[in-house]
Ligand binder design. Sequence first.
Ligand SMILES: [Zn+2]
Length: 1013
Amino acid sequence: MISIKAVRSVASAALYLSACLAFANIAARADESVPARDPKQPINEAYTAKIKKYTTAPVFTSPLVDYLPASKNVPTPDAVLGDVSGAPGILPYAEDVYKYMRLLEKATPRVKVFSIGTTEEGREMIAVAVSSEENLKHLDENRARLAKLADPRTIKLDDAEADRLVAQATPVYYITGTIHSPETGAPTALMELAYRLAVDDSPYIREIREGVITLITPVVEVDGRDRMVDLYRWHLAHPKDFYPPLIYWGKYVAHDNNRDAMGVTLKLTENVLNTYVGWKAQVLHDLHESVPYLYDNTAGDGPFNAWVDPILTDEWEMIGWRNVADMTKFGMPGVFTHGIFDTWSPGYLMFTAALHNGISRLYETFGNGGADTEERTLDADEYSRTWWRQNPPFPKTLWSQRDNNNYEQTGLLTSLHFFNENKRLFLKNFYLKSKRSVTKPTQEGPTAYVFPADDPRLELQTELLQVLQKQHVEISRATSAFTVGLPAKKPKKSAKKEDTKDAKEKAKDAEPTSREFPAGSFIVRMDQPYSRIADALLDHQYWSPDDPQKTPYDDTGWTFGELFNVKVFRITDPKVLDSAMERVNEVKPIGGVQGQGSIFAINNSAEPTLATLRYKLRDASVEAAEEPFEAGGKKFNRGSLIVRGVARSDFDRAATETGLHATAMGAAPSVKTHPVRAARVAFVHTWLSTQTEGWWRLALDNLNIPYDYISTQAVAKLDDLNAKYDVILFPPLGSNYSSTAIINGMPTTWGNPLPWKNTPETPNLVGKNDSTDDMRPGLGWPGVAHLQSFVAKGGVLLTAADTSNFVLSIGLADGVSVATPQKMNIVGSVLGARLIDAASPIAYGYDENVPVYCDNGPIFLLSSIAGQRRQRRLGGHTTSRPTGRGTADDPDFTVGRPGVDAPEEPTAELWEYPPVSDEQKRNGFRVIPPTDRARVILRYADSKDLLISGLVDGGDEIAQHPAVLDVPSGKGHVILFSINPVYRGETRGTYSLVLNTILNFDSLDAGRKSAEK
Ligand SMILES: [Zn+2]
């Protein structure tokens, strides 16, 4: 703990230090101006006094922000806030922040406000440009210069021309605030920053204004900001009560909104990405608040993302360390770079810049989650001194929003100043990184990625290409067939001895081959400026279990081709670039109906839009084929849809919109079918966490699958769930909540109710999501009973990861248990899985190999005995003979009696039910009859084939275990997923495992074999 006195003495030391620095700076380089106010410019005394009042210790400010210059015509933030930026008790809505930015725009030609799109709930997003009048007058000419640097093909990779452009161009530094809604300080800091940049005539600020275009999106998560401000207002109105936690941020996801920079499924990602690329900005600097006092976590720790240019990693260090030095010189404690964050996953918003040839940056400053001034106690690992944090924060700190705003603004201003001083270097780097992206095929490669036109999943292929187009990647289509060389496959190391057939096949694989791709195949050329993002998304990831980094910060694998279940070829042969091709401006789904007749058949390739089509054609008769068949000269997979009772024009429109190809026929094929009805779906959420289920809602909404969104509290009140619903989806909570927490909710024996509903103080809280008078109660035992009765009476309950653990804990799936992992560590990886029961409707449309997303998923164990766990096979079986006479191959030998042969022990694979022994069959009332056992739909691959992308350590613990199970329970079914099939818009290849369950809810037993071994 540090006393106030100690803080003061640190403060006076800092003042002394800055006085020394002022002296030292005389010798500084002529172009390195030091912060000094313009003596001719008066300061705004009232505003400056408030800044001082709200700053809790003199060391928590800097000469850059401890005053505000006065202006006769430009309004200060208090015009909208009613007080200064960072004042206690004041948290503006996005609307108020915009209002201020637009007041600035009216008052000064140095500010321009641009609308950059809307959110899921229709709120506006803006970008505010602040620069000299001259710079803002010539934005278009400047953008044209930057565009040439951004795409060096336009200047034929001419370095001399690039140098001329570098000398003339004004760089763009893009700052984004409050993507994370409980991190509340950025908007007021950015309001004041805009004012300072527009008004302050000190040489330090003037240089920034004249040298750089600062672009500011003050609120990234606008929907979440308004909810957060609501909650803060509720807290102010009920100062003695606990306040509700921010359960929803945006409409769909919370903290994960900063994990969407790969899939670009959220509006905020798309709007910021388009602004960043559209302005040809050099930097994207994203503001967060979770670490005392300012952590520049851009560089963090290893491993660094393997696809970024080393020029960038050098820029991280340059700007980061300089930032630390500058703020330390001001006497501000607790400013550091590096630290625990690893820079592997490209899912963070800032990575938009990293993989589009810019500079990604991220600050964590210290926030109180609102605008209260509070005494904060830090953990030892937050205030300890380390090599990367030589001047750590204090163990105890009285902290205000103003302190936070001081740190944010000081960090940004020193960054902008340093960036401006070195802007020719950074602009040249921007050009070089872009050029190196264009020359990628002749440098590190690959030359291209190819998406073959004969992929059976053309609709999913289109969706993947559309993600790449959102990322501004250029896509071409082959106008004729072409052949390219494929490199030899490296043989996989295998512990087992190979039989000769395997060995022969491997030898064949080791030969280089060539492959012909049909006309119409899509090609992503790597000789384009944004080749790096395409490469990062489409390539495979390998995180070594021996990596010194033992706690990956986020997912370790994400290969999009695998997770979309589409074919993607990484090509290194330069010949591919000479193939005949044309640029495709917009990749659109192509579907429709061919042939004559009033019966329509659609092949099932596990494409999610099949479900969309079913719901679109609500009144049509739709059946699923239970076996493969041929009709109209075409082959159809199991699960293909046969549609009747709909006008051709209506059907054709629906097929076109869903990107599905259908064949019309005069007579139905002779194949066993069952009806595919539009199930009534309930989507259950808790009031504990909506983070991970949000991605499921987003996927269903995008596919236009209707559902009722109900909480566990609603389940507790609904006596007859079957009357309303056929299928209940209970997606993962994703935050390590226990089964007990799902049942009990939050503590209700003390404290006050935590309402989540619209009130005069909280007009934005609910939006289009759910509401409750009190978030605290959970599912409760009545809810458990309702779920049990729903399944017993024939309902289908689908769960994944932690909710699978939950339904197992309430006894809804006898014969299935979960093993405790010993050493297994699978952190957000892409794994191999194998189809086991292709006849199950859940598996319709899938091939034998299905890539899946797994994040330390539960290890399912099957037991044939009700109420018992299967014995795990840890280590090898005792199959060798006991110690005794003779050799290892001789039978054992007992003195004084003739030898006996032991009966052969029946064995079963890990994904199979263990055979019931003769002993277990004696009075075997607990033996689960074969018809009551789970069907194993998917299992994890063998250990050696488990890893596709990411980190797999101790993978043999989950290898071969079931990954998706259909467990009969009463008259209904419990569908258990160990994987998460619907995740961050990235796992579209496994969506159909969920959608097939919905479509075939009343025929899940189709194709069931009940053979017992
Ligand atoms: Zn954050």
